[in-house]
Design a protein around this ligand. Structure first.
Ligand code: FES
Length: 317
């Protein structure tokens, strides 16, 4: 059905040596003659293994997850290296059309149907640096608008949406200038992520620099708000550095880089704690440890955070 003549097998060119490829999706084992690729052996066994480019190492739809026996896979060739780099594949994700093995493996096909194929095509357009899901140490920053409630209470929907769109555009520009990207917005709240591109070790400083940019440029924005709406905005920001699951979430209508995990909630709680301490920026201890050599006159607060047990040290830099 999705097979290409270019991937057809001629087993006679292989030696007698056979390895076993155990397929977790099909719960069966196929034989792999030494010298053949994984894809050649699955197709020869009649497995409906997607391979949109015909085994040329260009589409990645033949990708498999090696569950056991990665050490039996030969190193990536140049074609596979190129795709693996572009899509940020971890070592255990391999292109079946390019990978030859030297021992038994257990694997799972990753692209199984038309919808999977559509998701893959979106990954090639991804510019976030993280085209597929992975666990990464990143900096998360939550930002909230001070005076948002007053805006919502006093103005009609047109004005609220218009002002928020101006605000989002301003924030997006500042965050991008500092090597971050907006992962999500909800009302007046923005979740920004730093470290997906560029120097990850500098990602906390990038987030702090973005806050500095907001402080400066919000002054101009507030002149506009004051003149037209007799209102001004402030902001509160919480920054945390930690491990999260990150990847592009694709609804078909909208694609965004999402971060998931307890560390995301932690950043949100830190932002909220600004209310208690009268600050506009707080860092978690993990974030502060990344930049502490650069700051003096730092204030430290012991905080209880909603939904989390114990107390946490937060830092205003
Ligand atoms: S079939 Fe296209 S990359 Fe393997």
């Amino acid at each position: 059905m999705r097979f290409s003549s270019s991937a057809k097998l001629n087993f006679s060119r292989f030696t007698e040596r056979m390895y076993k490829v155990e397929l977790s999706n099909e719960n069966r084992t196929v034989e792999n003659p030494a010298g053949s690729t994984i894809l050649e052996s699955t197709l020869a066994a009649g497995v409906d293994h997607t391979h949109a480019c015909g085994g040329q190492g260009e589409c990645s739809t033949c990708r498999v997850l090696i569950l056991n026996g990665l050490q039996h896979c030969q190193p990536r060739n140049e074609a596979e290296k190129k795709i693996a780099h572009k899509l940020n594949f971890p070592p255990e994700v391999r292109l079946a059309c390019q990978t030859k093995i030297e021992g038994d493996i257990w694997m799972r096909r990753m692209i199984l149907d038309k919808l999977d194929m559509e998701i893959v095509s979106g990954q090639f357009e991804d510019e976030s640096g993280i085209a597929i899901g992975s666990q990464e140490d990143l900096t998360m920053m939550f930002i909230d608008v001070v005076n948002y409630t007053a805006l919502v209470e006093r103005f009609p929907p047109y004005d609220i949406v218009h002002v928020l769109n101006r605000y989002y555009r301003l924030m997006n520009a500042i965050i991008k200038e500092n090597h971050g990207l907006i992962s999500d917005v909800a009302g007046d709240g923005i979740l920004a992520v730093f470290g997906t591109t560029g120097d990850r070790s500098n990602s906390v400083q990038d987030a702090i620099d973005a806050v500095g940019g907001m402080r400066t440029r919000l002054e101009l924005f507030n002149q506009y708000l004051d003149l037209n709406f007799n209102i001004t905005f402030g902001f509160r920001a919480g920054i945390h550095f930690g491990s999260v699951i990150v990847g592009p979430f694709d609804t078909g209508a909208m694609r965004k880089l999402a971060v998931i995990g307890d560390n995301v909630n932690y950043a949100s709680r830190i932002e909220f704690a600004n209310k208690e301490f009268g600050t506009d920026l707080l860092l978690s201890e993990e974030a502060y440890n990344m930049v502490k050599s650069k700051f003096e006159n730092v204030r430290m607060f012991e905080a209880s955070l909603k939904g989390k047990s114990g107390t946490y040290r937060l830092y205003a830099v």
